[in-house]
Structures are given as C-alpha cells and as structure tokens.
Design a protein around this ligand. Structure first.
Ligand code: AHR
Length: 502
C-alpha cells in the first residue's frame, strides 16, 4: 500500500531554530583529547586543534556546542581549566573514571568554536553536582564580564582580553540520575537551580538558562521531576532539558526502528508538563525544550565494559566508541525527523556527542578522521532543514512492534525554506519492502525534484571503519517525480531519504 501525506504552506508547525542542530563536546574518552584536540598531530594547527576534524565539523553543520559535560560537569572545577597550561592540575574525573589533564579548557573550547565558524555557539554547563551558586557566578564573571574585576582581569591576564560571550547556560546535568555526582531530589535541585538562575540573571538578565529535566522518559521520577523543578524555576529559566538514547535490545530491531515514537511522546509529555505548570502559575510565559543529549547509543554494551577495570584512571581512554551501521543511521534520521516535527517547542537540541564518543566523526590518534553513517543524515538535515516546518500527517501502512504496538512504516517531515523550496525528510522503517510514497503539494509553487538522496544498503549492517572509511554514503536515486502537484517516489527498504523540491 502507498503511504501518503499532503503539504500546505498554510499549515505549519513552526520555524526551525538553528540551534536544533547543536552537538556536544564532553571531557569523556577521546572526544576532546585525540578528538578535537591533538597537539603534534600532522593536521594540528598552532593551538593543537585538528584541522581535519574542524573541516568535518564544519561540513556536519553543527551550531550550539554544549560543553564540558555531561556527567563530567558534576565534578568540574572551571578554574583548573584556565591559565598557563603547565600549571593546570591533573584531576580525577569520577564520572568516567579517567584522569583529566586540563590541557584543553575553557579558552581552548572558545578558540575551537571560533575556528568552527560563526554558526557555532557556546552552550556551557555549570556544576550543580559538587558545587553551587558561588562557583557558577565566578565562572560567569570570568567568561563574560568585560573587564575591571578580579575574574575578568584574570581572563585577560590569561590571554583572553575579549569576553567569551556565553549566553546559553545549562544549570547542571542529569541531576535526577542516581549515577550523577552530587545527585539531588527534585526539590533540592529545583531550589538550587532557582537560586543559581536568579543570581546569574543579576549579573546579566539576558542569559538563556536550561534547567535539568529527566535523563530519560523511563526514569521513575519522570514528569513529577519536571513539575517540581519548574514550580521553583518557571519564571527564571527558558528551557528544560531532555535526554534520550536508543539501541536495539534483545535483537528487537522492529522496535528499535520505531524509537522516534518514544522520542515524540517524550517531547509531547514534557510540553504537557511545562504547560501544566504554566497554567497553574497563570503564566503567559512558555518554557521551551532543550533536547540536549540524543543519539543511538549501545549503552548496554558499555555498561558491561565499564565494570572491567575498576582501579584504572587512564588519560583519554577509548570509551563509548560506537561504530554505527546503516540501520543505526536510519533510526538516527528518524530521531532528527522527530525533533523537526516538534520545532515549535524544541528550540535547542544537541547530538551527543561530536567526535569519537558515540559520534558522527571518528579519529585515530596521529592518524585519519572519517565520517560515520550517522554523519550524513545530520549534515543533510542541518543544511536543508532550515525554515518553516510544515505540518505533516501521514497516512501510512503500519507494522507491529513489541515496544510500541503498531507503528507507521513511514516517518516524515518537510521544511520550507525562505526561498519557497521544500525538503521532505522521510524514513522507510520496513526492513524488506520498498514503500511507495505520494505527497500532495497544495498551494506550493513547486515544479521540479532537485534531488532525491537516499541512505540505504543491501547490508543494513554496513558501516564506515578506519580500514574502509567510505563504505557507506548517501547516493542520488532517479524515478522520483513531481507532476500536477503530486510528488511520487519509492522509498527503499530501511532507508533515510532527503527529497528536495523547487
Ligand atoms: O553522553 C554521554 C553521557 O550520557 C553524558 O555524560 C550524560 O549526561 C549522559 O548520561
């Protein structure tokens, strides 16, 4: 059976915030060291940043880059990471059982963003695990105050005369998680987040603040956590965070393919909770969502290996280095579609993470860098998913999943750019059958198919590796047509599709 939907410029979801295409650099494994930063690498610049990685980051098109964690931030002492490199202390990183050398710190992060380009925006987390209001204020003063105070002058003495201009701040990380150093109850965290937010706004009322939501929809405290935290912080913050990772469990690929069903319900449940608190407070303000960690992550594998050597504190060990398949990239593309479909409320999202650690970009120390399969859907969405998201309601054949019951085989969205061109993003979840697609284009002056790009493979397990870096890439397919206001296409089994119309 054919899957169908209609597009009409009169029916939109909302404007895509460029920060929907954010990412995340955490001091974790080799994301920083031998990832973005590797002095001595043949491609390193004078600051030790890998220019081969910078090129890939630019090609990926990421915008806001969250830093320095993640779980790492809950033990983070920002002052360790600034000033003369040789004087910076080595510290235990409890989150990842590693030794943190602090050779890459705040100043290096800001330099990295500048080299990525003007689209890169800082998004910095403060430590509300082992620290509190005072240290958050000190970091803010060091980073953003122009001059004439102890900490702003210290920054200048460290070589950064110009303030860093960090506008977007996360108030801690995953504070609902018992694994978090300094984990708190919703009441404890809500109060601390509120007081930190109030004080940070005393320095600068224009900061944008993200309160910690739940680290997953399956947390037992989910929704009650958000309601309690927002009851304390509603007037003081702009966003609440969501984190979600997906993997196939017990070989259940069909449910894995429908992961976006969970992601969309998570978003909708958080929106409902935010609006419930807003209604109770009789507030006109709307809290937006920062989906600041999302990805496919083979977490259950890593949980086993994390127990392997409990007494070791290595520097930049190989951690969470998932190698993604075509199947993973199709699910990943579907997660991007879920974010775009909720662009009215999800105004920040960060792909966790950027390099080596559950990442679209991989590197070898002293060696090559390459694109994982997930690189391609992200780069295409970041490039063509700009403008107004059109309201897409699919009429699709369905299939049975263990986790989510019946799910649509087609998952889709469409974005209309300012110049009137439209890009359809679509995933066919069927593992065996092509899916015929028909899209009625109402009130859109579109006459041609610019390109139908597809990411698929006869082997869903195909991947790019150090030894075969270009095994998987999207390719252009023919046969997609636009005639008399109707787009027709055939979506290959298990595929990510980008159909550009002009
Ligand atoms: O992205 C990896 C980790 O996942 C982050 O440090 C943490 O916030 C989450 O649990």
């Amino acid at each position: 059976r054919t899957a169908r939907f209609a597009l009409d410029p009169a029916f939109t979801v909302g404007e895509v915030d460029p920060r929907l295409f954010g990412s995340f650099v955490e001091h974790l494994g080799r994301c920083v060291y031998t990832g973005v930063f590797e002095p001595g690498h043949p491609a390193a610049d004078e600051a030790g940043l890998r220019t081969d990685v910078l090129d890939l980051v630019r090609e990926l098109g990421v915008t806001a880059i969250r830093y320095p964690g993640g779980n790492f931030v809950s033990g983070y002492k920002w002052e360790d990471s600034v000033g003369p490199v040789d004087e910076r202390p080595r510290r235990l990183d409890l989150a990842w059982r590693s030794t943190e050398t602090n050779r890459f710190g705040l100043s290096e992060y800001v330099a990295f963003l500048k080299k990525v380009g003007p689209q890169a925006e800082p998004m910095v987390a403060v430590n509300l695990g082992t620290r509190g209001v005072a240290e958050a204020l000190e970091l803010q003063e060091y980073a953003n105050h122009p001059s004439g105070t102890a900490l702003s002058d210290l920054r200048a003495a460290h070589g950064d005369k110009d303030p860093f201009g960090i506008r977007l701040w996360c108030l801690g990380n995953e504070m609902d998680g018992p694994w978090q150093t300094g984990h708190k109850t919703a009441e404890e965290y809500g109060r601390l987040a509120a007081e930190t937010a109030r004080a940070m706004r005393q320095i600068d009322p224009s900061v944008e603040l993200v309160a910690c939501g739940s680290s997953g929809q399956s947390m037992s405290t989910f929704a009650e956590w958000e309601a309690t935290v927002l009851a304390e912080t509603y007037d003081l913050v702009d966003h609440i965070s969501l984190h979600a990772y997906y993997e196939p469990l017990d070989g259940d690929v069909d449910s894995f393919l429908a992961s976006a069903v969970d992601m969309e319900s998570f978003i909708e449940n958080v929106v409902a909770t935010c609006d419930h608190v807003g209604a109770k407070l009789k507030s006109k303000k709307r809290i937006n969502l920062s989906f600041d960690e999302w990805n496919v992550w083979y977490l259950s594998r890593h949980e086993e290996s994390a127990l392997a050597d409990p007494l070791d504190w290595p520097e930049a060990p190989r951690l969470l280095e998932d190698n993604y398949s075509v199947l993973d990239a199709v699910v990943f593309g579907s997660l991007l579609i879920a974010l775009l479909r909720h662009a009215d409320r999800v105004t920040v999202a960060c792909l966790a993470q950027l390099v080596n650690v559950i990442a679209p970009i991989m590197t070898e120390p002293g060696g090559a860098s390459w694109r994982q399969t997930t690189f391609f859907p992200f780069a295409q969405a970041a490039r063509y998913g700009r403008g107004q998201v059109l309201d897409v309601r699919v009429d699709s054949p369905r299939y049975e999943t263990k986790k989510y019951g019946e799910a649509d085989l087609l998952h889709a969205t469409a974005v209309r750019a300012d110049d009137g061109t439209v890009t359809v993003f679509a995933v066919n979840r069927s593992r065996t059958e092509p899916l015929p697609l028909e899209v009625a284009l109402n009130g859109l002056e579109l006459t041609s198919v610019v390109e139908h790009s597809v990411l698929t493979d006869t082997d869903p397990d195909a991947r790019n590796t150090l030894d075969d870096q270009e095994r998987v890439a999207p390719r252009t397919v023919s046969g997609t047509a636009l005639q008399d206001g109707t787009l027709t296409a055939a979506l290959a089994p298990l595929s990510w599709n980008v159909i550009r119309l002009a």
